[in-house]
Design a protein around this ligand. Sequence first.
Ligand code: AMP
Length: 456
Amino acid sequence: MPELLEQSTNTSADLDTTPKPRPSFESLGLIEPLLEAIERLNYKAPTDIQAEALPSALAGRDIIGVASTGSGKTAAFALPILQKLWDEPKGFFACVLAPTRELAYQISQQFEALGSAMGVRCTVLVGGMDMVTQSIALAKKPHIIVATPGRLKDHLENTKGFSLRGLRFLVLDEADRLLDMDFGPDIDAILKAIPKERTTYLFSATMTTKVAKLQRASLTNPVRVEVSTKYSTVSTLLQYYLFIPLSQKDVHLVYLANSQAQNSIIVFTRTVHDAQRLSIVLRNLGFAAVPLHGQLSQSQRLGSLSKFQSGSRKILVATDVASRGLDIPAVDIVINFDIPTHSKDYIHRVGRTARAGRAGKSITLVTQYDVELIQRIEAVTGKKMDLWPTDKEEIALLRERVEEAGRLAATELREEGAKNGHRKRRKGDRDDRDVRDRDDDVVQAGMPTKKRKSKR
Ligand code: AMP
């Protein structure tokens, strides 16, 4: 069970500071098929955001939830929708707008899991997937549509016979990201195509002015529920660093992978290039590694994630962008191949381990260029990292093989690049823009990759 972020809550109605007893799912008046699913999913009690949002949502109110991924927000909006669907199972019932494809699939999976005992039908409409297949799925009249705004608008304009005029619920999930990604005009168009008489839930990690404007345009007399995530690391997390020259990063990564081979590991890199390259280097050396970054196709990303989730691959090499907002399973070790520039990213990365009271380790590779960054992270977390002990002889023995694997990976990447040419962006396929653009930014801002390679 993925552990939830440390939380504290407050709502506008919550001026009384004495701690309230946490309600149980039963006491909230959820119907039997939902309680069954909750039990099957092993949710013991509502999370903070669920405890705060569910009573008002089940009473039919619009909700603004200030909460991020990991808070249990998806169930906070899915449960009241499913509860209502049980009473009135008619046509397209609810539509959830999400900023990225991965999040859309995750939300759909949660609806299916929570609605499993009531035969809920969901469909996902995201860019990069076939429009015709999606139109066929729409013709089967699913209850729940989870979509990225660009693709939903496309269907509203171009798919014959498709309309959301009977829609009962609209959810705007991760509204701040939706608006950062310039989905505003698409959302406006969608708001015009759905009934004004509906229930709306808006969830956002931050309340920006843009989000407040969207809230005014889309919600009626909402109840505001807030769960603030404390930026801190848990006490069961052991944080280590390795101080090494830039040119020896690869060999140290392989050394760590080798000495920790029995564990599940996520390696975080700053660039798409390194995520791809290192997954090949590790594979060339016999490790079961898969990449996860924004330049993989949608099905490749889902494939990597499911292989890692199932345990058939022990190492996931990911960029921050690809991992943000994803419900990546808990792992034993997080390795920061590159130190993140923002301390918040560090906390997000290491939050993949040491969950639910279990122990976990993070190991950060620090070079001569990263000293200031690591000091900043230590200041934010209020914890000093310990030096990870290394066996110099073993590292020296590995060096030659790692260099050879690196050369092979470089050739493989060159050949692949020549074969594929530059991947052309499909017209209208805008939903992975955040992922790719942000990764590309970092490639430019980071060290020139060629120069780094020639040093090795
Ligand atoms: P979310 O913030 O919606 O992305 O949820 C994060 C994770 O928490 C998901 O894997 C959910 O399955 C899980 N989750 C949601 N509600 C609960 C709960 N009440 N108890 C335990 N886990 C939960």
